[in-house]
Design a binder for this molecule. Structure first.
Ligand SMILES: *[C@@H]1O[C@H](CO)[C@@H](O)[C@H](O)[C@H]1NC(C)=O
Ligand SMILES: *[C@@H]1O[C@H](CO)[C@@H](O)[C@H](O)[C@H]1NC(C)=O
Ligand SMILES: *[C@@H]1O[C@H](CO)[C@@H](O)[C@H](O)[C@H]1NC(C)=O
Length: 346
C-alpha cells in the first residue's frame, strides 16, 4: 500500500517555477569559468543574489552568504548570467542593447533582467520520479563562448533565439541570431541539462557533471542515463533584448547581414551560453519541487499551496552590488572582449 501511495504522489506532483529577476549588475566577471579574473574575458549580465563577485568558491553556501536578491522569490539567492548583446553600427561603433522584462503580469514592475524557469520532466509531469534540488556550491554552464559552428551549437540542443513579433511570440526558434529585424526584439533562450552524476558540484569543463536530455522548447526531457542518474530541476532562462531602436534597415550592414553581436565577439549566435550558480536558501527549492505549486501560485499568499515568499519590485531593484570592473559598457569603439581602458578596482 505504501509503495502505491508514494508512486501515486510522484505521479501527480508537478511543480513548476517561472519568475522574473531584475538586473543585479552588468560586468566582466565570471566566478564559475574564470574565478578571480578581474576582468573576465567578456561582459555578462547577471541577476540574482548579492553574494556574486569575482570569486565564489564551491565551498561557499551562497544561500547563506547573500542578503538580498533581484529575483521574485526572496529565498532564491542564486545567480544566473549570460553574455550581453551589442549593436554594431556601420561606422564600427558598438552600442549595448537594452533588455526588457517578459510578460508584465509575471514581472511586476521589472524593467530588465531575465525570466527563470525550474520545471520538472515537463510542464505537466515530474516523470514519476523525485526531482532533487541542487546542493550548496553547485554550478554549471551550458553552451560555450568558443562555439563557432552550427554543429557545435546544435550539440547543446536547447540554446536558441526567437524573433519576437510581439512580447508573446513563442516557437520558431533558431540557432542563429535572427536575420531580419524583429518587431518586439530578440529572445535568447537557454535550457540547462537536468541529469546529475550525483557526486560533483562542478567539473573541470563545468558541464560534464551534468547530462543533457533536454530537447528544447520545453518539450518533455528524456530519461537520465546511468552515468548521471539524478533528475534535477530543469533550469531555463529567457532574456528579452530590445533591439527595436536598431530596426531601421538603413542602420544595418550594407551587405545584408544582421548587426547584433554578442559580447564574445560572435555575430552569428553560436557562442550563446549561460551560467548557473545555485543559491536557494536552506531547503526552499526542494520544498518547491516537492510541492504541487505552479508558476505564480508558488508564492501567492492567498494560494493554499504557496511554499515560497515573494518580494516587491522595489525590494528586487534595491538589491545591487558594487562595480568591481570599472569600464565603459554601453558603447565601445572596439570589440567588447578586448575593450581598452579597463581598470580593475582594488
Ligand atoms: C567576494 O566576496 C567575499 C565574501 O563576501 C569576500 O571575502 C571576497 O574578498 C570577495 N572577492 C572579491 C574578488 O571581491
Ligand atoms: C556611429 O554610428 C552611430 C549609429 O549610426 C551613431 O549614433 C554614432 O554617433 C556614430 N559614431 C561616430 C563616432 O561616428
Ligand atoms: C524598446 O525600445 C524602444 C526604443 O528605445 C522603446 O520605445 C520601447 O518602450 C522599448 N520597449 C520596452 C518593452 O521596453
Amino acid at each position: 500500500m505504501k509503495w502505491f501511495l508514494l508512486s501515486l504522489l510522484a505521479a501527480v506532483v508537478h511543480a513548476g517555477l517561472r519568475f522574473g529577476c531584475e538586473t543585479l549588475t552588468v560586468q566582466r566577471l565570471d566566478p564559475v569559468v574564470e574565478p578571480g579574473n578581474i576582468p573576465s574575458a567578456h561582459l555578462h549580465q547577471i541577476v540574482g543574489g548579492n553574494a556574486f563577485n569575482a570569486t565564489v568558491l564551491p565551498s561557499v553556501d551562497v544561500g547563506e552568504r547573500a542578503t538580498c536578491t533581484t529575483c521574485l522569490y526572496s529565498e532564491d539567492l542564486s545567480n544566473y548570467w549570460t553574455a550581453v548583446l551589442y549593436f554594431r553600427a556601420r561606422n564600427g561603433t558598438y552600442k549595448r542593447v537594452k533588455q526588457y522584462a517578459n510578460a508584465p503580469s509575471l514581472h511586476d514592475g521589472q524593467v530588465a533582467g531575465m525570466t527563470i524557469y525550474y520545471t520538472q520532466e515537463s510542464f505537466s509531469s515530474n516523470g514519476k520520479q523525485k526531482i532533487t534540488a541542487f546542493k550548496p556550491g553547485f554550478r554549471m554552464t551550458v553552451g560555450s563562448p568558443t562555439v563557432d559552428t552550427r554543429a557545435g551549437a546544435e550539440s547543446y540542443k536547447a540554446l536558441r533565439y526567437t524573433c519576437l513579433q510581439t512580447i508573446l511570440t513563442r516557437g520558431s526558434e533558431t540557432y542563429e541570431l535572427p536575420k531580419e529585424p524583429c518587431p518586439a526584439g530578440i529572445m535568447a533562450i537557454h535550457h540547462f541539462p537536468a541529469c546529475w552524476d550525483g557526486k560533483n558540484l562542478d567539473s573541470p569543463d563545468h558541464q560534464s557533471h551534468m547530462y543533457n536530455t533536454v530537447k528544447g522548447a520545453f518539450q518533455p526531457a528524456g530519461p537520465c542515463p546511468a552515468s548521471h542518474p539524478v533528475r534535477m530541476p530543469q533550469v531555463a532562462y529567457e532574456t528579452m533584448w530590445n533591439t527595436t531602436e536598431f530596426n531601421d534597415r538603413d542602420l544595418w550592414p550594407e551587405d545584408g547581414s544582421q548587426p547584433f553581436v554578442w559580447s564574445t565577439g560572435d555575430s552569428v549566435g553560436y557562442s550563446t551560453h549561460a551560467d548557473y550558480l545555485f543559491g536557494w536558501k536552506g531547503d526552499s527549492l526542494q520544498r518547491a519541487m516537492d510541492s504541487d505549486c505552479f508558476f505564480r501560485d508558488c508564492g501567492s499568499p492567498e494560494k493554499p499551496n504557496a511554499v515560497l515568499k515573494i518580494q516587491s519590485a522595489e525590494e528586487k531593484s534595491a538589491c545591487k552590488i558594487a562595480r568591481t570592473v570599472d569600464e565603459e559598457i554601453d558603447g565601445c569603439k572596439f570589440p567588447i572582449r578586448s575593450a581598452p581602458l579597463i581598470r580593475a578596482l582594488t
